[in-house]
Design a protein around this ligand. Structure first.
Ligand code: PEP
Ligand code: MG
Length: 296
């Protein structure tokens, strides 16, 4: 079976009626890139940058981050690499951040909320990302967004970083900007948000948690933590429609994107991109190549 799938390496991810799907892979560190290439993903749809912060006893420097982002961009040789900015807090605790203990960490001080509060940390990461953009095809994605206002704050900081780099004569490329859609607020605001960014990537792990009000970390609730819940599927449909209205492409980078029992549903909804663990890439390519969207 694996052998049959291997024959799909080098083939396009395209439906029988000609819709190309961007089939990308998720990674959590540089060492995962090997598997991305071995499974012939067309790009990286989610690079969780947290590992840079988790594996150390203090903040990673701009230079350290730059080297990592540049290495991944170069290894992918021009293919798209979507790097998500820092998403710590809740399940991902980093001691040296000295975060206070919280009653509700999943709804707490985390991810983009930390970045917009501690802009020194955020700017360091953005500088490293923009510097690396000169060496490949990098896009940036922001986690846990709930409002247009946040996106405007981010864009202002990005403009400051670009102006600084320009002034210092440091080269960089233009970078596609996207957001994770993983809160119900972002879903409900998706039409307005689509006017602000280039793409959406739906984080079904958190979107399920926040929509169903079920802690994704609580094993006691595993049996009812259901990403197939109609509320979640309707949200995905809504995000695709609102994204497309404003010219955003829309992908899924949560675990649900790899669920073959839903691939046809996602294609029918108009999903443009799926980003999954490298080991699922070829099985999804097989499934997508056998679908005729017009017949669904
Ligand atoms: C998600 O929430 O679906 C997601 C992709 O991000 P993470 O699992 O890293 O929270
Ligand atoms: Mg998430």
């Amino acid at each position: 079976n694996r052998k049959l799938l291997m024959q799909l390496k080098g083939k396009e991810t395209i439906t029988l009626d000609g819709k190309k799907i961007h089939l990308y892979a998720n990674i959590g560190s540089v060492s995962d890139v090997k598997a991305v290439l071995a499974n012939d993903a067309a790009g990286i749809g989610l690079f969780r940058s947290e590992f840079l912060y988790l594996e150390k006893n203090t903040y990673p420097t701009e230079e350290e981050q730059f080297q990592v982002y540049r290495t991944v961009a170069e290894m992918m040789a021009g293919k798209k690499v979507i790097i998500r900015t820092l998403d710590i807090g809740a399940d991902k605790q980093v001691d040296y951040f000295n975060l206070e203990k919280e009653e509700n960490p999943a709804m707490g001080y985390r991810a983009i909320r930390i970045c917009l509060d501690r802009t020194d940390i955020f700017k360091t990461q953005l500088r490293a990302l923009y510097r690396a953009s000169a060496y490949g095809n990098i896009s940036i994605m922001y986690p846990m967004i709930i409002s247009v206002d946040e996106v405007r704050q981010i864009k202002k900081i990005v403009e400051e970083v670009k102006a600084e780099l320009m002034e210092q004569g440091i080269k960089f490329n233009e970078v596609e900007q996207g957001i994770m859609i993983e809160t119900p607020a972002a879903v409900m605001e998706s039409e307005a948000l689509a006017g602000e960014v280039d793409f959406f990537s739906i984080g079904t792990n958190d979107l399920t948690q926040y929509t169903l009000a079920i802690d994704r970390q609580n094993p006691k609730l595993d049996n009812i933590y259901d990403s197939h819940h109609p509320a979640v599927l309707k949200m995905i449909q809504m995000v695709v429609e609102n994204g497309h209205k404003e010219g955003c492409w829309v992908g899924i980078c949560g675990e649900l994107g790899a669920d073959i029992s839903l691939t046809r549903t996602f294609l029918k909804m108009g999903v443009d991109e799926l980003s999954v663990s490298p080991s699922f890439v070829l099985a999804l390519r097989k499934e997508i190549r056998e679908v005729n969207i017009s017949e669904l």
